[in-house]
Design a protein around this ligand. Structure first.
Ligand code: ZN
Length: 188
């Protein structure tokens, strides 16, 4: 009976993440992103995730449907210096609460970069964290959107091919067990 119970729960939980359409609702309370960067974030996110039914909107998130919350912050929490983004985890479940650390990201990318390129990088980190939630997957992949190490060059590049979202990815064997904290990070 216990086994049946856990299978049922898995089936009930899975469609929440995999099915239907999701909107990533972005809160940028300190206006860290300029309007041109926001435009680029929106375009790149749609090109990466739109085909998977996931969109992104700044500030106003009025559409009905399921929401993922993304907060743009300047710096990561103490002890997580250099981290570019986080997805919150609660026990075995990855929650629809994401963060991207803009100050950390800009330093990692180096300067100067165009608004278009910076927006692409923000969108790629956001899509990486969203993919952790959508797939309910805490491990990383050898390639694609869920690779653990995203180089500055890859984050800035016009070519989106390295960021294709592959739910059936090969797990990154070099990665140990995922950390038991809430931190699931895109690290330099
Ligand atoms: Zn990650």
């Amino acid at each position: 009976m216990v086994k049946h119970g856990s299978i049922l729960i898995a089936l009930l939980v899975a469609p929440l993440a995999f099915g239907g359409s999701w909107t990533v609702c972005v809160t940028d309370g300190s206006a860290l992103l300029t309007p041109p960067v926001r435009g680029a974030v929106t375009r790149e996110f749609h090109s990466l995730m739109g085909g998977h039914g996931t969109g992104l909107a700044f500030d106003k998130c009025t559409k009905d449907g399921s929401r993922i919350h993304l907060v743009i912050k300047d710096e990561p929490p103490d002890g997580l210096e250099g981290v570019l983004g986080l997805a919150r985890r609660n026990r075995d479940r990855i929650e629809p609460q994401l963060q991207v650390f803009y100050g950390s990201l800009v330093r990692y990318l180096g300067e100067p970069n165009s608004s278009e390129a910076v927006g692409r990088a923000v969108a790629r980190v956001a899509a990486h964290e969203a993919a952790h939630f959508l797939e309910q997957q805490s491990h990383h992949c050898q390639r694609g959107l869920l690779q653990a190490m995203l180089s500055a060059y890859e984050l800035l590049a016009a070519d989106p091919v390295p960021f294709h979202f592959d739910p059936q990815c090969a797990p990154d064997a070099s990665e140990g067990h995922a950390p038991e904290t809430l931190a699931i990070s895109a690290m330099p």
